[in-house]
Design a protein around this ligand. Structure first.
Ligand SMILES: Nc1ncnc2c1ncn2[C@@H]1O[C@H](COP(=O)(O)OP(=O)(O)OP(=O)(O)O)[C@@H](O)[C@H]1O
Ligand SMILES: [Mg+2]
Length: 308
């Protein structure tokens, strides 16, 4: 549904998006993740035909983003990272305005508007003025206007930014519903764990480069392997860290929150040796447990150092 090949955008000397390629199948929910300034918005704006690439291109449902603007725009619902609301407009008028801009026939609009208000849980606010809505409601309204012309593809640039935890979960539920409706979704965020439950595929971008793409499992597998153990000690953390780092089966050790996080690359059934060695050395181990590969640490490991 989305085929990106060699997409590139420069701002002067700065390579904002540097020759990135990936593809998204119909029905995929693709999480586009990267820190501030990585190039997410620039990429999404190019896909939405609002910015011209310097090199490379992408097709959406077979249409080229460089040439087929009308077809691409009809196929795509784009939710920008910042959006304006118009003063003196009611929620339903706002949606009606966008629906007509997308050339939805007047006779079909009331029904559609009812549906998207329902879907975004804004039915109660149909006649409320847009500027009087809370931030979370505005965000949902913006999502409503993004889907008002029933596009097949949604390009959502940080739709949950600035929302409280409850509102973030509500947005996530809403996006799940859109996935279930068969939409193809590209959604950006700088928070990997937030996207993971929603997405079946993830791309990580940093400094304009796509450094990894695949399912969460594939991404874990692509990492050099190793299992993370969390070791709690009574004191002498720094000494324990140095002690562990001298072992060939330990790749990395971080001290975090009064515990050691050790990346173990030894034999799968020999990790007890680690514990035994620590105890032998006189370290007072109060707990020793394997960490699930959690997404946050995965992300931190992936992007380590490249940012700075
Ligand atoms: N109009 C512009 N003129 C010059 N530089 C720009 C422009 N837009 C973006 N950039 C630069 O391009 C790079 C990528 O920016 P972009 O907005 O795509 O990042 P992002 O991943 O969306 O970041 P964020 O998470 O902060 O939204 C940044 O270094 C930014 O400063
Ligand atoms: Mg951005």
């Amino acid at each position: 549904m989305i085929e990106v090949s060699g997409l590139t955008k420069r701002y002067g000397q700065l390579m904002a998006v540097d020759n990135i390629s990936f593809s998204i199948e119909k029905g995929d929910a693709f999480g586009f993740i990267g820190p501030n300034g990585a190039g997410k918005t620039t990429t999404i704006r190019m896909l939405a035909t609002l910015l011209r690439p310097d090199a490379g291109t992408a097709t959406i449902n077979g249409y080229d983003i460089r040439y087929d603007h009308d077809q691409v725009r009809a196929a795509v619902g784009y939710m920008p990272d910042f959006f304006g609301v118009y003063e003196g407009m009611k929620a339903w008028e706002y949606l009606d305005f966008f629906a007509s801009a997308y050339r939805v026939p007047a006779a079909k609009r009331p029904g559609l508007i009812r549906d998207v208000l329902e879907l975004t849980d804004l039915t109660q606010k149909r006649d409320a003025y847009v500027e009087g809505l809370s931030r979370g409601m505005k965000q949902r309204l913006c999502l409503a206007k993004t889907i008002v012309h029933d596009p097949e593809v949604l390009l959502l640039d940080e739709p949950a930014s600035g929302l409280d935890p409850r509102a973030r979960i509500e947005i996530r539920e809403l996006l799940k519903e859109l996935c279930n409706m068969g939409k193809t979704i590209l959604i950006s965020s700088h928070i990997l764990p937030e996207l993971a439950p929603l997405c079946n595929k993830i791309g990580i971008i940093e400094q304009g480069k796509l450094i990894m793409v695949g399912s969460v499992d594939e991404i874990s597998a692509q990492l050099e392997g190793g299992r993370q153990f969390r070791i709690k000690l009574r004191g002498r953390l720094e000494q324990a860290r140095e002690f562990l780092l001298r072992r060939p089966d330990i790749a990395e050790v971080d001290i975090d929150d009064g515990a050691l996080d050790a990346l173990y690359r030894g034999e799968p059934d020999q990790e007890h040796q680690l514990l035994a060695a620590l105890v032998r050395e006189g370290f007072e181990v109060s707990s020793f447990s394997e960490q699930e590969t959690d997404l946050e640490s995965l992300y931190m490991r992936l992007t380590r150092g490249v940012v700075s």
